[in-house]
Ligand binder design. Structure first.
Ligand code: F3S
Length: 111
């Protein structure tokens, strides 16, 4: 069980969640951020600070965002970033890739 970042974060990347996470488990990709499912301690502090309301507990994901539990988990796999479990996002910095589902996400129209 862990918290999950979903599609409203894509191309927004506000970053407030990173600043409040007590265990530094929120990692930055190119278009979105990803919560490490093993490093997350389920405190939920990040949920209330996200301006796009992109963060949900994995057991409470809206049906349309259900695939993002796998998106967050698989980002760390060898087939995507190969980060494994670094134990802290600060040292890692921005990773120059995204989960395939995020990489092909339609770019939001701007006004
Ligand atoms: Fe994204 Fe919200 Fe964090 S927009 S970077 S999940 S504060």
């Amino acid at each position: 069980m862990a918290y999950v970042i979903t599609s409203p974060c894509i191309d927004v990347k506000d970053g407030a969640c990173v600043k409040c996470c007590p265990v530094d488990c929120i990692y930055e990709g190119e278009r979105t951020l990803y919560i490490h499912p093993q490093e997350c301690i389920n405190c939920g502090v990040c949920v209330s600070v996200c301006p796009t309301e992109a963060i949900y507990h994995d057991e409470e994901l809206p049906p349309a965002e259900a695939s993002f539990a796998a998106v967050n988990r698989e980002f760390f796999d060898t087939r995507v970033s190969a980060l494994g479990s670094p134990g802290g996002a600060c040292e890692v910095g921005r990773v120059a890739c995204d989960h395939p589902e995020v990489a092909v996400w339609p770019v939001r129209a701007t006004n």
